[in-house]
Design a protein around this ligand. Structure first.
Ligand code: ADE
Length: 230
């Protein structure tokens, strides 16, 4: 079983509508739909935006469905001159950019309890997805750090900070929460994001225009990639 988590309806409805023999269950107010996607047994969940929603959803998914790997897919803001709307970013690692105990002497993003800043994604998954995406995705494919926080980033100064402090290529609001929960449960994970905006002063307008298109491109890609993961 492969687990797929998306935060918004545009990131999950296109997957749920392609599920065959699907059964839906509600847990803690979240919908989990299980069935066959591209011939692969999957459970697709809609977690809602933000780290707490994503963490809750991921733990429920792991506890109730025991997925052997979890993919967090959706849209993201691009960081840096080389990342464009429509590009794909695959996480080598995820960070929580709004986790900050630096006044107490820690580095920014340090996660007490697990003792890490970067939570590594599954190398095997990154390689496999990177290879397949490069062959089939109609757009640039990047692999690197994805930064997560409970904020929609639409500010050039902030996005430069995320690039400088974390080396991040993209920002979003769930990936590192999914990653942390998978990490402590020893479940492989990867974050797969299509760029909907550049997290700058135009981000709101770009997001409104491009998020549905970017989300659909991510869904189409995921459906093509899934058989490679089984
Ligand atoms: N998801 C898509 N664009 C985003 C942005 N600019 N900030 C946070 N999450 C996003």
């Amino acid at each position: 079983m492969i687990g797929i988590i998306g935060a918004m309806p545009i990131e999950v409805e296109g997957l749920k509508s392609r599920l065959q023999n699907s059964q839906t269950e509600n847990l803690a107010g979240l919908q989990f739909s299980r069935g066959m996607l591209s011939g692969v047994e999957c459970v697709v969940a809609h977690c809602n935006p933000g780290k707490v929603n994503a963490a809750l959803c991921t733990q429920l998914m792991i506890t109730h469905y025991q997925p052997r790997l979890v993919i967090n897919s959706g849209v993201a803001g691009g960081i840096g001159a080389g990342i464009h709307i429509g590009d794909l970013v695959i996480s080598t690692a995820v960070v929580q950019h709004d986790m900050d105990t630096s006044p107490l002497g820690d580095k920014r993003g340090y996660l007490s309890g697990i003792g890490l800043i970067e939570i590594p994604a599954s190398e095997k998954l990154v390689q496999l997805l990177g290879r397949t995406a490069t062959e089939v995705y109609k757009g640039a494919v990047h692999t690197g750090v994805i930064a997560t926080g409970d904020q929609f980033i639409c500010d050039s100064a902030k996005l430069h900070e995320l690039g400088r402090d974390f080396g991040a290529l993209a920002c979003e609001m769930e990936g590192a929460a999914v990653g942390q929960v998978c990490h402590v449960n020893n479940v492989d994970f990867v974050v797969l994001r299509t760029i909907s905006d550049n997290a700058d002063d135009d981000a709101k307008m770009d997001y409104t225009t491009f998020a549905p298109i970017a989300a659909q491109r991510g869904i189409d890609l995921l459906c093509r990639i899934l058989p490679e993961l089984s």
